[in-house]
Design a protein. Structure first.
Lengths: 417, 417
């Protein structure tokens, strides 16, 4: 297995050079072919997907899992549209920034280049295969894709389309490689190859990600979970607060930027919490509160210590009454996950203080945590979210799949000392 | 040992928050006190250093190693001046960039914040202790310093000055911690603590760095070696080429940005190489050439395959005649270390092609590779050089010790879908 895996990584490394010398036009041409082929060759895709679905049913996958796995003509056409959106993004590679002239006349600046080879490890949804591959190709990176075992036939069929499209444009088909094996050992081997692979992005459950971090010799960009907080300050506009707190919890509870803990400033708790609780009740949200919350909203569940750490991803919310900004920040620092936190307030100083002091990857004033997303931020795409404070922090777009090299333009300068 | 080490990392993590809420003025005040104390308390420093030197002699350290270890009043005053230079740099923390307004009226931008806790592992020179600590403090990071065993007494004495200065300004003295133990196990333990430490920077020999990468669960910024190339193109101004090639090899051969391999374009080899070789001979440089080089410069050593990979760090140079730009780039891609490469040419298209295609961390036209350095690039400082294509690539200054979080300013927006 070792040699085989090393061969895959070695091919990716060669392919990255081939992709590097291709211009934007060639990369976009590949993506256009991918978008076309997805629709044209959908019968083959659907056949492969049907086999995955049948195997999944036999294995006893949940209905939700089977739904995530399922492809149909509509979903395939959405995938193709997603690829076309990536085509329309500007190519980040080659941009020169911060060119300035040193006292000795040297011009020193930075030029954006691809990272090189990216390994993406993800779970059952086959659309991630196309999404990740298009973003990596657009940014000039070779990519090795390792999806979930449940989707292996669908992913290999998608991989075939990707390689064929590369080939048609005269590029190395190994720019995108879908791992054919579902053995765990294959990933373990890949994670040791730091001389071939520049970055690993695991997307999935906390357990998967922790395992990747533990085994990897290659830098990993990841977020374990999103325990997002909203702090409703005493100077909040309560109408705004109610709309935002409702939206952040119920609009799509199963995603990482949904609110999991609501912190309410003591002076407004008596007014705000009963009104908010009524809205949550109507929306089917179960509340788990601290003692002071329970005093104001009788009948809610008492929260345990574990609730403050919890990422429910469900219609459940932990609620705590705090005495102002300082304890709110202290709570976030202790229990937070560095994902997204918001303050709701009309007070300028406290808004600015919250923004300055809370160092989560997204910090908001008077907005729903649900906006924490590459598309919403105008990055044009999102390959994932990082809560590691290295390379990228927060939603990662195309630019985060690149790095800058230094470019130095001289006219014969030598160094004196 | 485990608990003790975890305690150190835990203290650093608490200290980073304390440092985060301190403003620029407090950080600069600490650094000013450090600069003053270095000179005022130099007797204590020199005593500690003398013990290190005595132990080193007993242990049979080389004269060069002992020299690197040695402190004297002049070197101490240089260290203090270095700290004052860091004070004069702008504080990178808090800078807001790229603030733009989304169609829904949300303002989305990025704010620069410290990475958090940095672990620096280095070898015998005690001045690295002060240099690294000042850059980490200035950028708002807590730092754990682990120097070489040979310098342990000097480093602990420097650590005392750093902690005392923090304390005097009312900051947590654990913002800088010099590891008191020289056991290797301590580092192994630290490298597992990815929940406490955000970045590891190893500075030293390739073996040390490889060990750190292998053991670390924390992202590592490093460069293994600097095998820097200069390609003298057929359209080079030979006077510039001679000056640059001499400078890049002999001005300071023991550093990572010195040239190790010279690539000469075939059409000019017959004219350029004899003249260049004469200059090298005068400077005491030993040449190891390919067959075509030996044909033009009789008497030089033949190069073996190992010479193309070699980082001599000495007055030795590998020389190869190549047939134009393509084979030059291919040679660099095969044998290079992603550190620094230069082309010498007056041809516009080939200069631009070299800059575009060679993705080393520094790419130069008509300049000595010796300029590849944070100070020379105007970064104001240098904490190290990275050839990892993640977070930072090339010389790292203060800014590379920071990351940006997203800041989102709203007026009550909620997400529709």
């Amino acid at each position: 297995m070792g040699t085989e895996i090393q061969e895959i990584a070695g091919k990716a490394r060669m392919a990255k050079r081939n992709l590097r010398s291709a211009g934007s036009a060639a990369k976009d041409q590949v993506l256009e072919l991918v978008a076309e082929s997805l629709v044209k060759e959908q019968d083959e895709l659907l056949t492969a997907n049907a086999k995955d679905l049948a195997a999944g049913k036999k294995k006893g996958l949940s209905a939700a899992m089977l739904d995530r796995l399922k492809l149909n003509p509509e979903r395939i056409s959405d995938m193709a549209e997603g690829v076309r959106e990536v085509i329309r993004l500007p190519d980040p590679v080659g941009e020169i920034t911060r060119m300035s002239t040193r006292p000795n006349g040297l011009q020193v600046g930075r030029m954006r280049i691809p990272l090189g080879v990216i390994l993406i490890i993800y779970e059952a949804r086959p659309n991630v295969t196309i999404e990740a591959a298009s973003l990596c190709l657009k940014s000039g990176n070779a990519v090795i894709l390792r999806g979930g075992a449940e989707a292996i036939r669908s992913n290999l069929a998608l991989g075939k389309i990707l390689s064929a499209s590369l080939k048609k444009v005269g590029l190395d088909p190994h720019c995108v490689q879908v791992l054919a094996t579902t053995e765990h050992k294959a990933v373990d081997e890949l994670l040791k190859l730091d001389e071939y692979i520049d970055l690993v992005i695991p997307r999935g459950g906390e357990e998967l990600i922790r395992k990747v971090v533990e085994l990897s010799r290659i830098p990993v960009l990841k977020h374990y979970k999103g325990v997002c907080h909203i702090f409703v300050d005493r100077a909040a506009d309560l109408e705004k607060a109610k709309a935002i707190c409702l939206n952040a919890k119920v609009q799509r509870p199963a995603v990482c930027n949904a609110m999991e803990t609501l912190l309410v400033d003591e002076p407004i708790a008596r007014k705000f919490l009963p009104e908010m609780s009524a809205l949550y009740k109507k929306a089917g949200v179960e509340l788990r509160g601290c003692k002071r919350m329970l005093a104001v909203v009788p009948g809610a569940q008492p929260a345990t210590e574990a609730d403050w750490y919890a990422e429910y991803l469900d219609l459940i919310l932990a609620v705590r009454v705090v005495d102002g900004l300082e304890p709110a920040i202290a709570h976030i620092q202790k229990y937070g996950s560095d994902h997204t936190e918001a303050i709701i307030t009309e007070d300028y100083s406290r808004a600015m203080e919250f923004v300055r002091r809370v160092d989560s990857s997204s910090v908001m004033v008077n907005a729903s945590t649900r906006f924490s997303d590459g598309f919403q931020y105008g990055l044009g795409a999102e390959i994932g979210i990082s809560t590691s404070r290295i390379h990228a922090y927060g939603p990662m777009g195309l630019e985060e799949l690149t790095i800058s090299k230094f470019v130095v333009l001289g006219r014969g300068q030598v160094r004196e000392k």
